[in-house]
Ligand binder design. Structure first.
Ligand code: ZN
Length: 71
């Protein structure tokens, strides 16, 4: 099962996993941006990823780095 780095409440509050403090800053930024994109799209639809690509080009690499840096 994959670790959850961040979540977004119905009220729009972003909650981050405390393990993120050990992650590189760009990874923290990625998680925050990912959750903020969910304010607009509440799923992982094509539109969501289009927005994510627009805001954070190369996010896949950052996500991969995040998964490798913390176990
Ligand atoms: Zn998500």
């Amino acid at each position: 099962m994959k670790k959850r780095w961040g979540s977004l409440s119905d009220k729009g509050t972003v909650t981050l996993n405390t393990d993120l403090v050990k992650a590189p800053k760009e990874c923290i930024d990625y998680v925050v941006i990912h959750e903020l994109c969910h304010l607009k799209y509440h799923d992982h639809s094509k539109e969501f990823y289009t927005l994510l690509d627009f805001v954070t080009p190369g996010w896949e690499k950052i996500k991969h780095k995040l998964e490798l840096s913390l176990v």
